[in-house]
Design a protein around this ligand. Structure first.
Ligand code: HEM
Length: 150
């Protein structure tokens, strides 16, 4: 069961961040303050899906992987720490700050700087989670991905 849910949680986390990222870029290119505020609020609600799915992907991964010294698992564990720290220290605080500013109609320079930080941190987490998905499929040899190719 946990083996079946581990990749589902990971892929849900990836798709959630991807949808936050794409909707942010689209709505901010459009520049309509009400739409930006709506997306920022939706992202805050989306955290209710993202946070548990990342937490589950990580916790289940550590559990299935045990203490294995397999290089792919060593890399997945290390990456997971960055993903979690990036989420807790950067992404969640940015999402809350941006929603509050957008809700109040304040789109100043600070908003833009924090928005840029959020997009960069989001892209980093997408890349890290994406690599863990690829490595996961290498471990289970799904989709013909071989463990030897890096
Ligand atoms: C957000 C982070 C992670 C994502 C997105 C992710 C994703 C995946 C995916 C897609 C698979 C393939 C499953 C399959 O083909 O059935 C997998 C397998 C696996 N992952 Fe992760 N994973 C993550 C974190 C971790 C962590 C931190 C560990 C701990 C070392 C881990 C350990 C494993 C193991 C052992 C497997 C093989 C499972 C099996 O044999 O059925 N994963 N992972």
């Amino acid at each position: 069961m946990i083996r079946a849910l581990h990749p589902v949680a990971g892929i849900v986390a990836f798709l959630t961040i991807l949808s936050f990222w794409i909707s942010t870029v689209i709505v901010e290119l459009g520049g309509d303050p009400a739409s930006i505020a709506a997306v920022k609020l939706a992202i805050l609600w989306g955290l209710a899906l993202l946070v548990p799915s990342i937490a589950f992907a990580g916790a289940s991964g550590f559990r299935i992987g045990g203490k294995s010294p397999h290089p792919i698992l060593v890399a997945k564990r290390l990456r997971m720490r960055f993903i979690a720290i990036n989420g807790i220290v950067v992404l969640v605080p940015c999402a809350i700050f941006l929603q509050q500013r957008a809700g109040a109609g304040v789109f100043d320079q600070t908003f833009s700087v924090v928005q840029a930080i959020e997009l960069i941190a989001g892209a980093i987490n997408l890349a890290l989670i994406g690599r863990s998905i690829r490595d996961g499929f290498r471990l289970t040899r799904r989709f013909g991905l071989a463990t030897s190719a890096r």
